[in-house]
Design a protein around this ligand. Structure first.
Ligand SMILES: [Zn+2]
Length: 282
């Protein structure tokens, strides 16, 4: 859960760590935790605590440094968040899926990921980099480079501060998981396991067709089954695919282009405190 992110801020504060990009190995060492890269079988990241000594092991074969960093940060999460390591549970062995899934449920793997996200992309630095900007591929690339984080982790972090967006992660033409910003008010038809819709750019990527790396309008049924979906609102999709892993990260938002006719038809309550003039703004 997102509350676990505050433990990451606390940890940085405790050791007075202010460097960007954050190096979680340095933080682990400062906490007296040994970090090693190993020919891991059966896990991507592992935390082991024995007799007060802690060890983090990361799969050596991980290709991207950003994934290694996130894995170390994730294991630091298990080490730091109260209730993860207990007298009964002294180790975590985490899979790729554990380290790349975010959700709202009360789940230790999700908690460790929210922790890693805040540890590597501290709110006080990250928020001001995204707050007043539109999400774009170039912004995401710049953030990945600045914070040394993967596109998936960076995209997730963006949605925390740009809650009008949603993100869907699909693999091998099927929805794997999704995260919806708190201000994204539409229903998304993105059940994990279901195939990506043929009207989406994500579908085109899996079919091997070149897709734009910017936001473009798609038919609303490509992502939403919302029966109340307004005709004047456009579903905008930016999908970024990885051929190496055969996965696609899709960002979505709804563009409300209200025409005059709709303004007349609308329930005035929708406008709350806005005065009449404001309704006709372009
Ligand atoms: Zn884990």
């Amino acid at each position: 859960m997102k509350g676990s992110a505050s433990y990451a801020a606390q940890l940085r504060k405790e050791i007075n760590y202010t460097k960007i990009p954050v190096d979680p190995v340095e933080i682990a060492i400062q906490k007296g935790i040994e970090v090693s890269e190993d020919d891991a079988e059966g896990y991507t990241g592992m935390l082991l605590v024995v007799d007060g000594e802690a060890l983090i092991s990361v799969k050596k074969a991980l290709r991207e440094p950003s994934r290694k960093k996130f894995t170390v940060a994730h294991e630091l999460g298990h080490f730091t968040i109260p209730g993860h390591i207990t007298p009964e549970r002294t180790s975590f062995q985490c899979s790729d899926k554990d380290i790349s899934s975010f959700g709202k449920a009360d789940n230790r793997e999700f908690e460790a990921n929210w922790f890693a996200s805040e540890l590597l992309m501290p709110e006080e630095h990250f928020k001001k980099r995204v707050q007043y900007k539109d999400l774009s591929k170039s912004l995401l690339d710049a953030l990945c480079a600045e914070f040394g984080t993967s596109l998936t982790a960076t995209g997730m972090r963006c949605i925390t501060f740009k809650p009008e967006y949603a993100m869907v992660y699909s693999e091998n033409s099927r929805i794997n998981w999704f995260h919806i910003g708190e201000e994204f008010k539409y229903f998304l038809d993105v059940r994990p396991g279901s195939p990506v819709h043929k009207d989406s750019f994500a579908y085109d990527f899996f079919k091997g067709t070149a897709i734009p790396d910017s936001f473009n309008e798609v038919p609303s049924n490509a992502w939403t089954g919302d029966s109340k979906f307004r005709n004047s609102s456009k579903v905008m999709e930016m999908s970024i695919g990885s051929s190496t892993y055969n996965h696609v990260l899709t960002f979505l938002f709804v563009d409300h282009e209200e025409d005059d006719e709709e303004v007349y038809d609308d329930d005035p309550d929708d406008y709350g405190e806005l005065d009449g003039y404001m309704k006709f703004r372009k």
